[in-house]
Every structure is written in C-alpha cells, then in structure tokens.
Design a protein around this ligand. Structure first.
Ligand SMILES: Nc1ncnc2c1ncn2[C@@H]1O[C@H](COP(=O)(O)OP(=O)(O)OP(=O)(O)O)[C@@H](O)[C@H]1O
Ligand SMILES: Cc1ncc(CO)c(N)n1
Length: 267
C-alpha cells in the first residue's frame, strides 16, 4: 500500500482550530499522512492570540530536513511564516528537495486582528516563495496587500488573480469570506479558466481557521493525486460542511468541524 503524504509548514494554534492543528486534522480526514514543521507557537483560543513565540530559523530548517531526508512529501502547504527570514529559509529548502504541489496560504492577520506576518516579509513572499507556488489562496485583504490594488468588485478579483499568476504562482484562489456578498464566491484561476465557486454564506461567528482548513484540504487532495481544480472543489465542500456543522465551543470565534465532511458521506 502506498500512502499519500502531506506536510504543513505553519504556526501552532493552542486552541486547535487554525494553524498546524487544523491542517493535521484535515489531512487525516482526507486520508493523507500528516507531517509538520512548526514556525511559531501561538498562545491562542477562540477569543484571540495572546502570545507569539517564533521558532529559530535553525529549528525550522531542522524540522524540514528531518522530513526531507527521510519521509519526503507528495504535497505541502505553508501557513503562518511570520518573517522574511523564515520565508527565505523555507523557500530555499522547498527548492532544495524539488518538492511539488506547493500550496501557499499567505497568512497575515488572525481574525481578531493579531499580526501573523511582519510587513518586511511581503517582499520575500513575492520574490522567493511565489515562483515555487502551485496555488496561492489569499483572502481579499491579503490579495490587496500582495497586488497593491483595492479589490471591490469581482472584476478586481479577476485582475488581482492574473497579477498573482504573473508573479509566478501557477494557480490562484481568491477567497470570498471577507466580502459582503450574499453568497461566498471563491475565484479560481489557473491561467486558462477563471471560475467563480459559489456557496451560500453561512451566518455564523464560528469561522476560526477556515482559511487554514481550506488550504489544507487542497494540499491533502493534491497529495492524493487529484488535479488542482478537483482539489479546490473538494476543499470548498470540505470547508462548507465544516462551517455548517460548527462545534459551538469557546466564547469567541469558534473552530469549524473537521469531521463534518466525512460524517455526511457516511449518511
Ligand atoms: N460565512 C461563510 N459561509 C460559507 N463559507 C465561508 C464563510 N466564511 C468563509 N467561508 C469559506 O471558507 C474559506 C476561507 O475563506 P476566508 O475568506 O474566510 O479565509 P481566511 O480569511 O483566510 O480565513 P482565516 O480566518 O483562517 O484566516 C473559503 O473557501 C470561503 O468560501
Ligand atoms: C497559528 C495560526 N495560523 C493561522 C491563523 C489564521 O487563521 C491563526 N489564527 N493562527
């Protein structure tokens, strides 16, 4: 039996709804063997980020090398990378191992407003990581920072997606969670097709870690051998189920339900 393997290079969320914890739960649910390299430890719950403790560059590289020199991976995602130095080191290691199926979730700010990426890191992200990227999955504010354009309309999103492709990403999903449309529209662009992936907007406070979970689902399905479009379509269903069947835990922005997608399939 061959098992598909997926790696997340991201921050730890002690509350378990976002970051490494959301990624590993999602990998497991979608049948990929999950591995992690932790870039920072956050003290976090549904009420906010209470502390950020970065791991040293040496510590991050050693974790990646431990995987690269032994287990290897079929796909990987990056989440909270925190600094330009980390982005440079991570990009160099991805290049070194010749890894493919690279999903970049350009995490910048947590839902409560805490900064998870320093301003000086944007340049490294564009110059070092984007050229290695199979798909980048910014939300609207992140896409605005990366493209330096204001995104109001769907047409702006199309322009931004094209610009991100021009920076080296092979595909782009601009997520619509932050827009105020009645439906949530995620814009998928792979250089030829530009598709609007629509789903009803679910009225809930409990969307902590939606972006992490979405990009982790894409990563798992790429590891499983799916095409990019099919991986993105599955991720959209996975996150929709996870938000719809929310767990209702914690006093603030609660986590999503990582079991929901499979539980529905069992019915
Ligand atoms: N209220 C909602 N109803 C339905 N789907 C949603 C809702 N909010 C987010 N999503 C979906 O969740 C995914 C993540 O979108 P979003 O724009 O919230 O990402 P994000 O801001 O990066 O998340 P994070 O809080 O993890 O940083 C997208 O596929 C989006 O369509
Ligand atoms: C560790 C971590 N990564 C990403 C996010 C964004 O949801 C978060 N809140 N925490």
């Amino acid at each position: 039996m061959t098992i598909s393997k997926a790696l997340t290079i991201a921050g730890s969320d002690s509350g378990g709804g976002a970051g490494i914890q959301a990624d590993l739960k999602t990998f497991q649910e979608l049948g990929a063997y999950g591995m992690s390299a932790i870039t920072a430890v956050t003290a976090q719950n549904t009420l906010g980020v209470h502390g950020v403790y970065p791991v040293s560059i040496e510590g991050i590289v050693q974790q990646i090398d431990a995987i690269g020199e032994d287990l290897g991976t079929d796909a990987l995602k990056t989440g909270m990378l925190f600094s330009g130095e980390v982005i440079e080191a991570v990009s160099e290691r991805i290049h070194h191992y010749g890894w493919e199926n690279i999903v970049v979730d350009p995490v910048m700010i947590a839902k409560g407003g805490a900064k998870l990426l320093q301003d000086e890191a944007i340049r490294a992200l564009k110059e070092k990581l984007l050229p290695l990227t199979s798909v980048i999955t910014p939300n609207i504010p992140e896409a605005e920072v990366l493209t330096e354009m204001k995104i109001s309309s769907l047409d702006d999103r199309r322009k931004a997606a094209k610009q991100l492709m021009g920076m080296g990403a092979k595909a782009v999903v601009i997520k619509g969670g932050h827009a105020d449309d009645k439906e949530v529209i995620d814009l998928f662009f792979d250089g030829t097709t530009c598709e609007e992936l629509m789903s009803p907007r679910i009225e809930t406070l409990h969307t902590h870690g939606t972006g992490c979970t979405f990009s982790a689902a894409i990563t798992a399905q790429l590891a499983n051998g799916m095409t990019m479009r099919d991986a993105v379509l599955t991720a959209k269903e996975f996150i929709r189920a996870a938000i719809e069947d929310g767990l209702g835990i914690g006093g603030g922005h609660g986590p999503t339900n990582h079991w929901a997608y499979n539980k529905r399939g069992e019915k």
